[in-house]
Design a protein around this ligand. Structure first.
Ligand code: NAD
Length: 268
């Protein structure tokens, strides 16, 4: 799937996507922009590359695109990001919690700083963004919260204890928020992708090739995609279009869901 479907289903809506300077988050931001939303992107990276990414969204889709560099390790910076989006764009109608990192190690050797960072970026940041953005959604009586969990929110794999714990936590948070806002026109759902070929996974391919003494092609086939029955990577555009669908009126009654997009991985 190479082309983003362009609609105006989200015209007039403002979206904040965390961790959107690369990978899935950037795909989400571009998909929302293609559907008419203004977006605030966020994430780490070189300033000139981020500016090119931001400007390309405006040039390609015609809406506004802003950048805020809040570090997802820092609650104060996250609150400033939400407040800035509300001040500059007028609202945060759509919140996509996407920022995430990975680290692979046996639990008895798992570095404590890596554990803390994965829980903070992949889980605790979602608490901070939702807490900051929800009052505005309630005041305007409309909102969409989408949390990027993972197939690893539904099932475990060895050597990914912090990531699996954080992503299971994201699903618990999603369900709790969904119940708290169930009587309002706000929804909160989670997307659970299988493997998507982003910088996050490229790193794992290289690491696993070293550990298993295999070629990168062997790692992709026999290690990475071993659990994914369709034996291909999930496309970023597939996830972007699901996010657009979840933001549209056809998804008004979808709330608290954990939507697997993993080629059948968790059907086993
Ligand atoms: P990626 O590495 O391509 O992108 C991660 C983004 O998060 C980047 O923009 C990065 O700058 C940002 N980020 C990282 N640390 C940050 C911090 N401290 N503060 C602010 N931003 C920070 O990764 P991706 O593969 O696109 O992953 C995006 C999300 O999707 C993650 O939550 C990941 O767990 C999830 N996911 C990915 C896959 C996959 O196969 N790639 C599968 C399932 C779930």
């Amino acid at each position: 799937m190479s082309n983003i479907l362009q609609t105006d289903i989200l015209k007039g809506k403002n979206a904040l996507v965390t961790g959107s300077t690369s990978g899935i988050g950037l795909g989400m931001a571009r998909a929302l922009a293609s559907a008419g939303a203004n977006v605030m992107i966020n994430g780490l990276g070189e300033a000139d590359e981020i500016e090119a990414t931001r400007a390309a969204i405006e040039a390609d889709f015609g809406g506004r695109a802003l950048f805020h560099g809040a570090n997802m390790l820092n609650g104060e910076e996250i609150r400033d990001m939400v407040a800035t989006a509300e001040a500059e764009l007028g609202s945060v109608d759509i919140l996509i919690n996407n920022a995430g990192i990975q680290y692979v190690s046996a639990i008895d050797e798992f570095p404590e700083d890596k554990w803390q960072a994965i829980i903070a970026i992949n889980l605790v940041s979602n608490f901070h963004t939702i807490k900051a953005a929800l009052p505005g959604m309630k005041a305007r009586n409309w909102g969409r919260i989408i949390n990027l969990a993972s197939a690893h929110g539904l099932v475990a794999s060895p050597y990914k204890s912090a990531y699996v714990a954080a992503k299971h936590g994201v699903l618990g948070l999603t369900k709790t928020v969904a119940l708290e806002i169930a009587e309002t026109p706000i929804t909160c759902n989670a997307i659970c992708p299988g493997y998507v070929r982003t910088p996050l996974v490229e790193g794992q391919i290289k690491d696993q090739a070293k550990v298993h003494k295999m070629s990168e092609e062997q790692v992709i086939r026999d290690v990475i995609l071993a659990a994914q029955p369709n034996k291909r990577f999930v496309e970023i555009e597939e996830l972007g279009q699901l996010a657009v669908f979840l933001c549209g009126p056809a998804a008004n009654s979808i709330n608290g869901a954990s939507l697997p997009v993993e080629g059948g991985w968790t059907a086993r």
